[in-house]
Design a protein. Structure first.
Length: 299
């Protein structure tokens, strides 16, 4: 992230966020919370069966990975806490980067998933073009395409955990989803119905990963979320073997006033690490970023 090199010229910093494919997440139930809540629910079950009945509610990856995938970068609104060091800070032998919320965007443009929806609209056979008619489908595609973003926005979403929050999200989505379900009832051919279901999944795919089980509630997680197909021009492979797919934001870490790095409570030679970080930050032009020691007592 802050590469060092002897001499006057330093290589440029890699001060961006990486968003990794959701398939690498440890919890196989990630992305399924909304479906699991709808399935069998006295109000939402009928809507679930119409739009999502063929989906595996135990593994969201199974219905996303063939056509597109969700890419995620996870953060927390808390820092220097014992449970977080244990779970995510290399058991206390790592670093914590604190970035002010002012470094992130506050306006959401249309997601990349919208582009995949547009492709589905334009399919001549078995897609929405055939069902809606060419003129209406092309009009919808042109209107949405003008707004489509091809960049990874620095936009944080707060993860929700409680049943009440999941229920509220479904309630907000209920009216537009019901309109789609009503339209589907007029469609007789199953391939066309599947095309409609596919469009719904494309458009909702980034929402699925913002609702987690209540057992994670103490993490107070926020996420950057982006949807991309395997041919997205910004996709990269990381240094692992085999390499893992990721997208990157633009460089912004350490740029904002109030940026900090906390050295973990179990890091050895803390003073040497402190000086090393300050040197690298200074040489890369981030001299205002503070380096601090963890205040957590950790054996």
């Amino acid at each position: 992230m802050l590469p060092a090199k002897q001499g006057e010229r330093f290589p440029p910093p890699n001060h961006h966020f990486r968003l990794y494919n959701a398939e690498y997440l440890n919890d196989p139930h990630e992305g399924c919370r909304i479906f699991q809540h709808m399935k069998g629910h006295r109000i939402y079950d009928e809507l679930y069966r119409m739009l999502f009945n063929k989906l595996d509610t135990e593994s969201a990856v199974t219905f996303l990975h063939e056509d597109l995938a969700v890419y995620i970068s996870s953060c927390t609104l808390r820092s220097d806490r014992l449970d977080l060091w244990r779970a995510y800070g290399n058991n206390g032998d790592g670093m914590c980067i604190i970035t002010p919320l002012s470094a992130f965007e506050d306006n959401r443009g249309p997601s990349y998933a919208l582009g995949e929806y547009l492709k589905e609209l334009r399919k001549p056979e078995g897609g929405m073009l055939e069902e809606m008619g060419k003129e209406k489908a092309e009009e919808a595609a042109r209107g949405a395409g003008r707004q489509l973003s091809q960049t990874v926005p620095r936009l944080l979403y707060r993860v929700k955990y409680t049943k009440a929050e999941v229920n509220a999200a479904i309630q907000d989505l209920r009216k537009p989803l019901q309109e789609i379900a009503n339209f589907m009832q007029k469609v007789r051919k199953e391939p066309k119905r599947n095309a409609i279901r596919k469009c719904v999944i494309f458009l909702m795919s980034d929402i699925f990963y913002l609702y987690k089980n209540e057992e994670y509630r103490n993490e107070e997680e926020v996420r950057l979320v982006f949807v991309a197909t395997i041919d997205h021009p910004m996709l990269e492979l990381d240094e692992q073997n085999p390499g893992r797919l990721f997208l990157r934001t633009d460089g912004f870490l350490f740029d904002q006033p109030g940026s900090r790095i906390i050295i973990g409570p179990r890091v050895k030679e803390k003073r040497a690490v402190d000086l090393n970080l300050k040197y690298r930050l200074n040489r890369h032009g981030f001299k205002d970023t503070r380096v601090m020691q963890s205040k957590v007592a950790y054996r």
